[in-house]
Design a protein around this ligand. Structure first.
Ligand code: PLP
Length: 304
């Protein structure tokens, strides 16, 4: 029980797991990754995560192993770790080569699969909501290092989180260079605006296309909620009735304070609660369906 690390198909305990110092993931963050979790012991939304991994890799011209091979190794590693619920991180680096930026000098990608026990976020954070800082650091431009690529280079988010944490906030909500809201350091953001419309930044803003974000957009449609992907600015946060973050690990978490100001009455609102509840319900249903080999068969984002 606990953590197991699979490096190029060999499984290690964490204290024995090591990658070469000349690995480009270590030297340059020249890698892509995904984080998945299980519900009822089964991997959630595997196809979407694997598709995103492949897309990220293609965007940086990194040849990754066959997805079915990666998935086989994920399952073997999960079995070795033996946890009831798992956190699964898949990392593929461009591998080792001479010390040069030239990506064509490395030939063999390195695949690391880290499996550990999934630990829920604190209940208190769901019940009371969390606080965000809009930091000075701006989100990378999609024309520089596109946030749609889930690469191992998270320094932009780390700098934002450093600002937020050092000022006592739970997380950072970054603006792009034009002042539009993008996303938090490891989550997408939704707001309920002053008219009760659920809004989230467009993909074109330069954000990661969150798996959870996609599910929530589908769910909102199914629930008949007014929902828009649009440009959002800090003024929209001031007027918002509700703000929430979404991610694989957090699911749906309310934000109740931003830059020291309360959102509405400073308590998680009804829409966030409804979406969180419906998302969990949906996750359980999807897991059941997937285990019957019926669901998520290349549905391309459809919740049906
Ligand atoms: N945005 C960023 C920058 C992230 O790192 C993540 C987490 O992976 C997300 C959004 C949320 O994505 P998902 O819902 O696929 O976990």
């Amino acid at each position: 029980m606990g953590m197991k690390i699979n490096i190029n198909k060999h499984i290690y305990d964490p204290e024995d797991a090591a990658v070469p110092v000349l690995d480009r993931g270590f030297l340059y963050g020249d890698s892509v990754y995904e984080v998945l979790r299980t519900y009822k012991g089964r991997l959630f939304a595997v196809k979407r995560h694997i598709n995103r991994l492949c897309n990220s890799a293609a965007r940086i011209a990194l040849k990754i192993p066959d997805p079915s091979e990666i998935l086989d190794q994920v399952k073997i590693t999960m079995a070795a770790a033996g946890n009831e619920e798992s956190y699964v991180r898949i990392i593929v680096t461009r591998g080792t080569g001479p010390i040069t930026l030239d990506p064509f000098t490395a030939e063999n990608p390195l695949t690391v699969i880290l499996v550990k026990r999934f630990v829920e976020f604190e209940k208190k954070q769901y019940e009371e909501g969390i606080s965000l800082l809009v930091p000075n650091v701006r989100r990378n431009s999609r024309y520089a290092l596109d946030p749609a690529i889930k690469s191992g280079n998270y320094l932009n988010s780390i700098l934002a989180l450093e600002e937020a944490k050092s000022m006592g906030y739970d997380d950072a909500l970054m603006l792009d260079i034009n002042g539009r809201i993008t996303e938090a350091t490891t989550s997408n953001v939704f707001i309920v605006d002053e008219n009760g419309v659920l809004c989230t930044p467009k993909l074109q803003t330069g954000i990661l296309e969150g798996v959870t974000r996609g599910f929530i957009l589908d769910l909102a449609e199914r629930l008949g909620l007014d929902c828009l992907e649009k440009d959002l600015f800090p003024e929209d946060l001031e007027k918002a009735r509700e703000v929430m973050l979404t991610s694989t690990l957090r699911e749906v978490m309310s934000v109740t304070r931003i830059d020291g100001r309360k959102i509405a009455d400073g308590r998680p609102g009804p829409v966030s609660k409804l979406i969180r509840e419906k998302f969990r319900q949906f996750a359980m249903e999807l897991i059941e369906k997937e285990s019957q080999d019926k669901a998520d068969n290349d549905h391309h984002g459809k919740v049906d």
